[in-house]
Structures are given as structure tokens and as C-alpha cells.
Design a protein around this ligand. Structure first.
Ligand code: PMP
Length: 292
């Protein structure tokens, strides 16, 4: 496996960073998780744009253009022959001293691209749906650390994930400080009621998921009304269908939340139709950057 590091391809064993990198010391950096399908990197330009937006929000200047970054990702997939796989793109603040001050990270960011594979949930979960819970750990308050920033600091999500594991389920739904639904630990939340598709607005305290936006566009193209309401647990409990979206998870049905059975307790018709169309959408060469 060859890893892209700061403009060069290096063997996996040699792809290392300094213990003084603030990405390690403080979670100071940003990242993207991206998929390739059918020899195309899916919605790569959208992912790169979000990466640069996240970097801007934390005042981190990435020393290459978005176009160069697009080419670097495609090249990393090509070199590793990752044509249906998963890419992790990480930009750290770079090495500094043991203090917090990013101004002392004078060497500059480490830019790392790993092309590999990922399987988040077993196949049965997609066929039968996931049981989930809402957890006590609230999603980061936007005024403190905005969940729209895809930063290397995922402890908030990890704490929620631990709560889910402790309760014997694979995923948690996180609420915001007002008690409204924000998102899952690594996915956005959707619900269907009377054929209307809804997902919380990003201002609820969620990442504006690339998969989320794709699913909303697919639904609208089907003629489905799509809304972004303030969402309470009541809305999820009483929904006809609930599902999660994310690059790694793709689109996964949810059949139980806090022991309440959602709809008929199995993946619903809108979820299954969206899943079918999503699989076609991701494989359409028009929706990705070609890997030569
Ligand atoms: N929310 C969080 C917290 C995430 O980490 C992710 C990405 N894994 C998502 C939502 C989904 O975003 P995307 O569809 O862009 O992968």
C-alpha cells in the first residue's frame, strides 16, 4: 500500500508523522472520508470543498489548491488500484511544540491520503435494519465547536458511540443542547412520515453530509417532498421509517430507537427505493472523478 504524504507516495510502513504533530497532541486538523465506486471517486469535488471549508473554519491554510487535492486523491486511488473502496484524507496542523499555539507549527500541515476499504456494519444490518438509542452525551454545541467542521477531534462522537456499545447497540442518535435531534455518531438521520422525507437542518448541530445531500437530491428527483425541520425524539419514534446516511455507512435502515419499534419494524418502502436509487447514483460516472 502506498500512502500519499505531502506530495509523495510512500510505503505504508514509512508513512509516519511526528509525535509533536498537533493533529496527534490536540486533534488539531481536519479530514474527509470518501468512497470510490466503479473507478470514480464519488462526489470528490464536494468532499474537497467541505475539507477546505473545515480548514478555513479552524484557520488552517492548506498549502495546495482544491484542484491539486482532487488530483492527489485520484492519483492515490490509481496507484493503489482502489476502484471500489474508501479514502481517508487527513490534514493535520503539523508539528509544533508542546503548547497549544498553532502559530508555532511552523513546518506546516501534514497532508495524508490513504486509499483502502471499509465495512462499517454487517450485511444483515442493511437487510434487517439497525436498533439504536438516543444517548446522554449531547452533540457539541455549535457556539463551542461547530459540528459542521469535520475536525480530527471526534471525542464527542466517540463518547456517544461508547454509550451505544455499552447498551448493546451499534449506533447512537445524538441530541443537541436543546434536546432536539442532531445526528448519529458518524451519520446523518432521516425520517419518513406520510411520504415526506425529513432530516434535521445542519444548524441543529450536524455535519452537512455529502451522502445526506445526495439522498435529498435523489428523493426530490423522485418527486418526494424533502424538509429540514427541527426534529424531536417524538418525530423519530412516530415516523413510518428512519434511516441513517454517511459515506462509510451509505444508507442504513433504523428499525428501533429507545426500544420503540419504527414503522413496521423492518426497512420501509421509501428507504428501500432510495437505497436502490442510491446504489445506481454512486456508480454513475457523472457523479465522480475518474480514476485512470
Ligand atoms: N455526521 C458525522 C458526525 C460524520 O462523521 C459523518 C461522516 N462520516 C456524517 C455525518 C455523514 O457525512 P458524509 O455523508 O459526508 O459522509
Amino acid at each position: 500500500m502506498q500512502i500519499y504524504m505531502n506530495g509523495k507516495m510512500v510505503p505504508k510502513e514509512q508513512a509516519t508523522v511526528s509525535v509533536f504533530d498537533h493533529g496527534l497532541l490536540y486533534g488539531d486538523g481536519v479530514f474527509e472520508g470518501i468512497r470510490s465506486y466503479n473507478s470514480h471517486v464519488f462526489l470528490l469535488k464536494e468532499h474537497i470543498r467541505r475539507l477546505y471549508d473545515s480548514a478555513k473554519a479552524i484557520d488552517l491554510a492548506i498549502p495546495m489548491s482544491q484542484e491539486e487535492m482532487v488530483r492527489a486523491v485520484v492519483e492515490t486511488c490509481r496507484v493503489n488500484d482502489v476502484r471500489d473502496g474508501y479514502v481517508r484524507l487527513v490534514v493535520t496542523r503539523g508539528p509544533g511544540d508542546l503548547g497549544l499555539d498553532p502559530a508555532k507549527c511552523k513546518v506546516g500541515p501534514n497532508i495524508i491520503i490513504i486509499a483502502d476499504n471499509i465495512t462499517l456494519y454487517p450485511k444483515e444490518c442493511y437487510e434487517e435494519g439497525l436498533p439504536t438509542i438516543t444517548v446522554a452525551t449531547i452533540r457539541n454545541v455549535p457556539e463551542a465547536l461547530n459540528p459542521r467542521i469535520k475536525s480530527l477531534n471526534y471525542l464527542n462522537n466517540i463518547l456517544a458511540k461508547i454509550e451505544a456499545s455499552n447498551a448493546g447497540v451499534k449506533e447512537a442518535i445524538m441530541l443537541n443542547a436543546q434536546g432536539f435531534v442532531a445526528e448519529a455518531t458518524g451519520d446523518n438521520v432521516f425520517f419518513v412520515r406520510d411520504n415526506v422525507l425529513s432530516t434535521p437542518h445542519p444548524t441543529s448541530g450536524s455535519l452537512e453530509g455529502i451522502t445526506r445531500n445526495a439522498v435529498m437530491a435523489i428523493a426530490r428527483a423522485m418527486g418526494v417532498e424533502v424538509r429540514e425541520p427541527v426534529t424531536s425524539r417524538y418525530d423519530l419514534y412516530t415516523a413510518d421509517e428512519v434511516f441513517l446516511t454517511g459515506t462509510a455507512a451509505e444508507l442504513i435502515p433504523v428499525v428501533r430507537i429507545d426500544r420503540r419499534v419504527i414503522g413496521a419494524g423492518k426497512p420501509g418502502p421509501m428507504t428501500l427505493e432510495l437505497l436502490k436509487r442510491f446504489h445506481a447514483f454512486v456508480r454513475d460516472p457523472a457523479n465522480g472523478e475518474k480514476i485512470p
